[in-house]
Design a protein. Structure first.
Length: 461
């Protein structure tokens, strides 16, 4: 079937951005959601994601006011999709690109950026934004050090949300003939939901903007309480949504509600979208659809709900669409014992931690009193490392004077987080000589537990 879009002739690939289809979702919402549900399929953009829209807008605004000069270098911290949009535009317009990203992003995203000639620097995920190793800080340093450089700064650059106010919002309004009642969007930079919501609410103030957040992110609690709680921050798997800071593009007055979705529910739903709707979408689409089902009671017959599908499933072939990866994370349903059973049988206790500023002597005292072989380390309420008796013993043998030093001087990387429904066999594979424990998160009760090698042995013995 031909359409006006398919007959378009473009001068450059940038002219093909936008005009993406709205597709009715038939199977997943059936019998669960009373409303009509549609997906805005942003994978039809040249870079296969919604980020193409704001990438070009940011570049053109920077060109217009002189921040980005001919032959310059574009620098950005990106989870992959924004970088793709910037890289495509840079090829067309003649710029160089240097991107920083985190080590939790899929390999496919990094490879795609490099395919367009961009330099990509991978940085650690589990550090504060202010940490000099974070992908935010590294990109800022590169901007200072690189001649004729411009940092796009998608989080605080309001051209981001303006792009969606000018393009995505009007498209959705037109495609639904003004009947849209609810917008469901995964929130990362905040540009998409706030730009679209601002346009739609100007047309109809009754339109509800529903943001999808992830456990480990600060958005939901901040919206509901006005408190920026660092205790909400911990590592999570879901890509593209959630943050550990408050981007300027997130206008909380435009977002009516936040719904948190677990990593597991997002991953499982990402696969369902492909298998039940025939749409090959990415991880944030899985989060959005899982959140939609969780909010089922908010919709009634006659409502028109639009869910943004941000990016393409090809960027997650090594993760959500890989059975081995899903099994490793404990996301595939199976019979047998799971972490919840260990917790319920009191084979694991609520989490006890050390502060990174505590002395090594204090660590010895706590571990001895509680008969612990390992313990997580926190800073400002956030888990930033771990310590175990093997590491502690080796350090003290080398230098007994370390007793008065802070634990952070000898701590190791933090233990991995998993969902409480993770199978015991998956837990067992994660506990290695290098990684002596796993942290188990019960997202619904907001409790964290530690499971060790001994816990697993008792469970399977």
């Amino acid at each position: 079937m031909t359409s006006p879009r398919s007959l378009r002739v473009c001068e450059t690939i940038l002219d093909a951005i936008g005009g993406t289809p709205l597709v009715r979702l038939n199977r997943i919402p059936k019998g669960v959601i009373a409303a009509d549900v549609y997906a805005k399929i942003e994978t039809f953009n040249p870079g296969n994601s919604i980020k193409d829209r704001m990438a070009v807008k940011m570049i053109e605004d920077a060109e217009r006011d002189g921040r980005l000069k001919p032959g310059g270098t574009i620098i950005e911290g990106t989870s992959g999709n924004t970088g793709m949009g910037l890289a495509i535009a840079a090829v067309v317009k003649g710029y160089k690109c240097i991107f920083t990203t985190t080590d939790k992003q899929s390999k496919e995203k990094v490879d795609a950026l490099r395919a367009f000639g961009a330099e990509v620097i991978v940085c650690p995920t589990d550090v504060d934004p202010e940490d000099p190793r974070s992908y935010y800080s590294v990109s800022s340093r590169l901007e200072r050090e690189t001649p004729n450089a411009w940092k796009a700064n998608q989080y605080d650059n309001l051209s981001n949300s303006q792009a969606h106010y000018e393009s995505t919002g009007p498209e959705i309004w037109e495609q639904t003939a003004g009947r849209i009642t609810h917008l469901v969007v995964g929130v990362g930079t905040g540009g998409t939901i706030c730009g679209v919501a601002r346009y739609l609410k100007e047309k109809n103030p009754a339109v509800q903007a529903l943001g999808i957040d992830t456990y480990g992110s600060v958005f939901k609690k901040y919206k509901e309480t006005g408190v920026f709680d660092k205790n909400e921050i911990y590592p999570y798997v879901t890509e593209g949504i959630g943050e550990d800071f408050l981007p300027q593009n997130v206008d909380f007055s435009l977002i009516d509600h936040f719904e948190k979705v677990t990593d597991k529910d997002a991953a499982v739903m990402t696969r369902r979208i492909a298998r039940e709707e025939g749409i090959f979408a990415g991880n944030s689409a899985g989060s959005a659809m899982a959140g939609l089902l969780q909010m089922r009671d908010m919709f009634k017959q006659g409502d028109v709900v639009v869910v943004i599908f941000h990016d393409h499933g090809t960027r997650y072939l090594g993760k959500m669409f890989n059975d081995d990866w899903m099994r490793e994370k404990g996301y595939l349903e199976k019979t047998g014992l799971v972490a919840r059973d260990l917790v319920a049988q009191r084979r694991s206790t609520p989490l006890v931690t050390l502060d990174s500023a505590d002395t090594v002597t204090r660590a010895i005292q706590v571990m001895t009193e509680r008969d612990y072989s390992q313990i997580p380390v926190t800073r400002d309420g956030r888990i930033v490392g771990s310590i175990n008796e093997t590491r502690l013993y080796a350090a003290l043998v080398r230098n007994p004077r370390l007793k008065s030093d802070a634990v952070e001087e000898i701590m190791e990387p933090p233990f991995p987080f998993v969902d409480i429904s993770t199978g015991v066999d998956a837990l067992a594979s994660m506990i290695t000589p290098e990684n002596s424990a796993v942290l188990v998160r019960d997202f619904k009760s907001d409790e964290t537990y530690i499971i060790t090698r001994t816990d697993v042995i008792r469970a399977i013995a």
